[in-house]
Design a protein around this ligand. Structure first.
Ligand SMILES: Cc1ncc(COP(=O)(O)O)c(C=O)c1O
Length: 374
């Protein structure tokens, strides 16, 4: 059910041309290796169907998600496109995946045995996940790989790909990244003779694919940078490719008032005006994912920044202004243009987190509008 608030003045614009631009830039950078569009978690909060469509238009070949439900929803819109679930799926659902032509991730012999018991006569495509140091899920040795491959023999489970995931590809110090890459190469050398020739090998996230395009085998899983964000500060400084952010968050002033020195603002009356001043109210709050820790964060009106003062409420917050602005004046909380004074990275810095978390936490109450939809 759509839970967006279309009748209030807070909204997100998603520029689908930015998504297309970023996919094309990555394809160029990779000299045409495959780009898998990572659209899990509602396309990092950008909208799974619209982003997937734009990414495919720009040349992405596969959609990558984290859970089976995401894959099943996308399958309704994209009948022929390869879709892979990169997380663990219960073997109880392998028949459902097989019927819908969805590739699952596998790495446990017991899982293969249980899956064989669940599958009817369809083939199930799986990609083997290798844990080279992320420590999350995956096969950790050559012997385990042999067991998994053996378990697949004489069944309708087809190994169509192999992948791993890097823990530190975005960092300044790349020693651990190179250890993981070396471990993967070693593993592959020993296991490849037992795998079908046609498998797809993909190891890179945005960071690895931007920094090491020549090491990326057949394709990359392009997540954060498809949305126009650099995975870390070092990569933002390196700028291996030129990205365009797709996401912008706006609201409007719904109330403007003159208050006197000592007057209080919001719950707890913690903010006291240090002098007579203008205060504006905007309709967004922690119920939208604009959390209380964003107090004091500065947002943009025209070409200036103004701080959020007092506690952020569930649905509203207040900003200190330098003059009376008209009701309905647009406020930019996150801009998508180079000229914007506030970026997703600024919000992440204020919250001492990574930019990935910000669009994911801005909830479904804020409607997403799509620019440049074909
Ligand atoms: C297995 C896997 N591959 C690829 C990605 C995409 O990573 P990024 O968003 O850093 O490009 C993710 C996202 O976390 C992931 O879990």
């Amino acid at each position: 059910m759509d839970k967006a608030g279309y009748h209030r003045d807070t909204w997100i614009d998603i520029d689908l041309d930015a998504i297309r631009h970023n996919v094309r830039e990555m394809k160029k950078h990779l000299l045409d290796k495959e780009v898998f569009a990572v659209v899990k978690a509602d396309a990092y909060g950008h909208g799974e169907v619209e982003v997937a469509q734009a990414a495919l238009e720009a040349g992405a070949t596969t959609l990558a998600v984290a859970i089976l439900d995401e894959a099943l929803r996308l399958r309704k819109h994209f009948k022929e496109i390869p879709i892979i679930v990169m997380g663990w799926t219960s073997p109880d659902y392998v028949q459902l995946a097989a019927e819908n032509g969805i590739t699952l991730t596998a790495f446990q012999t017991e899982w293969i045995e249980q899956a064989k018991g669940q599958l009817e006569d369809q083939d199930l495509s799986i990609h083997l996940k290798v844990d080279t140091g992320m420590g999350r899920i995956g096969i950790r040795s050559v012997e385990e790989a042999y067991d998994v491959i053996r378990a697949c023999n004489d069944s309708n489970i087809r190994i169509t790909g192999v992948f791993t995931h890097f823990a530190t590809a975005d960092e300044e110090d790349l020693k651990y990244f190179h250890q993981q890459l070396g471990a993967f190469r070693q593993w592959l050398k020993q296991v490849k003779p037992y795998l079908p020739d046609s498998i797809t090998i993909h190891i890179g996230n945005s960071a690895a694919s931007m920094r090491f395009p020549n090491d990326m085998y057949d394709g990359v899983r392009f997540g954060i940078s498809m949305y126009g964000l650099y995975p870390s500060k070092p990569i933002k400084a390196e700028k291996p490719i030129n990205l365009k952010p797709a996401f912008a968050l706006y609201s409007k002033l719904i109330h403007v008032k003159w208050i006197h020195k000592g007057d209080a603002i919001s719950y707890g009356a913690t903010y006291r005006a240090p002098e007579d001043e203008w205060i504006g109210t905007i309709p967004i709050g922690y119920g939208d994912g604009w959390i209380r820790k964003l107090q004091n964060f500065e947002i943009q009106i025209e070409n200036q920044l103004f701080p959020i003062v007092g506690r952020i409420c569930m649905d509203q917050c207040m900003i200190k202004l330098d003059q009376r602005y008209e009701l309905g004046t647009t406020v930019t909380l996150i801009g998508s243009q180079e000229s914007s004074l506030v970026t997703m990275d600024d919000v992440a810095d204020h919250l001492e987190t990574i930019n990935y978390e910000i669009p994911c936490m801005l909830g479904e109450r804020i409607p997403r509008f799509y620019k440049n939809k074909h």
